[in-house]
Design a protein around this ligand. Structure first.
Ligand code: BES
Ligand code: MN
Ligand code: ZN
Length: 491
């Protein structure tokens, strides 16, 4: 879809569909101007109760009786005084639902026009929301099904807001492209989206972008590095593992941000086999890897002056005659020995070695992104990503990115005591402990593989995909990570 800024008088703007806000306080902004040009037609629709200011309500008016737009889409936006980015995003979401399966090919949004909203963020959120709503995954459907007919989307802005809106469109487009990549990788079935497939996706990204370089390590090379924890997870699988290292260089020699993404392309649980219900959803267990790749794609497109390196351990977690047994003890790259008590706690095993590997880049900070625990879903549902860090400055930066991007995180506790239940008589540490507080226990396990480097763990188990009738990957936390990276201060 093509986005552009549209300037000029709303009443004389030619468009297939003018998307207009209806506020509780009465007509404002573009709706007021177009209403005047149409002899009070919008006011009458509101008075008759056909159009409403109620958030989520929409009325598509074909053959608009005045002004230069073919149609109006009147969108309830609540109280004008309460309009914020979140309201704007949900109003746009409702607008996209109303335009679904309609003939509208081109539209202009006036939802933020003439309001106090920051034009950069308003444009960015508009692109992200519209693109997200238009996303379809139909590459494996035989008869390509009709998606949205919308091809061109205008964002109304005038004066000083034009430049900022253009910047918002560029950033929003890069974020949406990164989200689409993350969603496609997540949605592909596990017989297609294998570790080698993730590696090929990283190679494809690097091939198209000057500032991206990739290195793919094979099982032999992973062995040479001594990544016994990572290797223990792939043992039962026929499909070969990969360690994907993707670098973005936009700032000379300054220290990079390291992004570690969990890339389990299918999690059966291994010998600690999962129950069958919803096991298909464990194809999404590589969404941490996908989110990191989507973020790197956005960096490659926007070329900000920072450095970043993605470290992605990718493998399957399968049962089998050669699979790791509960009770097996393995040696991680850090030298720590791990007693594997539950082969279904595999994410922390591959990430422990990835965190150790990330240290060789002397990163300014490390973020890991993982569909790590069911316990995090119990704690936070499907609303927020779980944020675990002992570094308050890093927490502040991520919480700020969370608020700006609408891709929200909630800070969770990470006391050392959560690691107490990982004690074992037989090795340095066990991979599984108390079920209670399980998300923090997992984070405490990971903490043992990081030194003084500022580090944060993002548990995206509840937000990376939706289930049931809207089953599919969400593209989270690409907006969060890109916003965080674009707002990094000097190292
Ligand atoms: N990939 C799962 C976590 C998960 C489960 C995410 C369900 C989203 C929905 C992870 O590998 C796992 O199996 N974790 C176990 C850990 C336990 C064995 C300590 C869990 O959460 O049950
Ligand atoms: Mn598991
Ligand atoms: Zn898993």
């Amino acid at each position: 879809m093509d986005f552009s800024v549209r300037s000029g008088e709303p009443a004389s703007q030619r468009t297939g569909c003018a998307v207009l806000p209806i506020f509780e306080e009465g007509l404002r902004g573009a709706a007021k101007e177009i209403d005047a040009a149409a002899g009070g037609a919008i006011k009458r629709l509101v008075r008759a109760g056909d159009a409403s200011s109620k958030p989520g309500s929409t009325l598509l008016v074909p053959q608009a009786p005045g002004g230069a737009a073919d149609r109006w889409l009147l969108v309830g936006c609540g109280k004008a005084a309460q309009l914020d980015m979140k309201r704007l995003a949900s109003a746009l979401g409702a607008a996209m639902t109303a335009l679904k399966d309609k003939g509208v090919k081109e539209a202009v949004s006036y939802l933020a026009w003439g309001t106090d909203l920051d034009p950069y963020y308003a444009a960015r959120v508009t692109v992200e929301t519209v693109r997200s709503a238009a996303y379809r995954f139909d590459e494996l459907k035989s008869d390509e099904r009709s998606g949205s007919k919308l091809r061109r989307f205008g964002i109304a802005a005038d004066g000083d807001a034009v430049r900022e809106s253009r910047r918002g469109i560029a950033h929003g487009t890069a974020i949406a492209n990164g989200m689409d990549l993350a969603r496609n990788l997540g949605n592909r079935p596990p017989n297609v989206c294998t570790p080698s497939h993730l590696a090929a996706a990283a190679e494809e990204l690097a091939a198209g972008r000057e500032k991206l370089d990739v290195e793919i390590l094979t099982e032999r090379e992973i062995e040479k590095l001594g990544m016994g924890a990572f290797l223990s997870v792939t043992r039962g699988a026929e499909e070969p593992p990969r360690l994907i290292v993707l670098r973005y260089r936009g700032a000379g020699k300054s220290p990079p941000v390291a992004l570690c993404g969990k890339g389990i392309t299918f999690d059966t649980g291994g010998i600690s086999l999962k129950p069958p219900a919803k096991m298909d959803e464990m194809k999404f267990d590589m969404c941490g890897a996908a989110g990191v790749l989507g973020t790197m794609a956005a960096l490659g497109e926007l070329e900000p002056e920072i450095n970043a390196v993605a470290v992605i351990p990718a493998c399957e977690n399968m049962p089998g005659g050669r699979a790791t047994r509960p009770g097996d003890i393995v040696k991680s790259m850090s030298g720590k020995t791990i007693e594997i008590l539950n082969t279904d706690a595999e994410g922390r095993l591959i990430l422990g070695d990835a965190l150790t590997y990330a240290k060789r880049f002397d990163p300014r900070c490390i973020l890991d992104v993982a569909t790590l625990t069911g316990a995090c879903v119990v704690a936070l549902g499907h609303l927020h990503t779980g944020l675990f860090t002992k570094d308050d400055a890093l927490a502040e930066a991520l919480l700020a990115a969370s608020a700006r991007s609408l891709d929200t995180v909630w800070r969770m506790p990470l006391d050392d005591e959560y690691g107490d239940s990982l004690k074992t008589n037989f090795a340095d540490i066990a991979n599984s402990g108390s079920r209670d507080g399980g998300a923090s226990v997992a984070a405490a396990f990971l903490a043992k593989f990081v030194d003084a480097t500022p580090w944060a763990h993002l548990d995206i188990a509840g937000v990376a995909w939706r289930g049931e009738s809207s089953k599919g990957a969400t593209g989270r936390p690409v907006p969060l990570l890109v916003d965080f990276l674009l707002n990094l201060g000097p190292a």
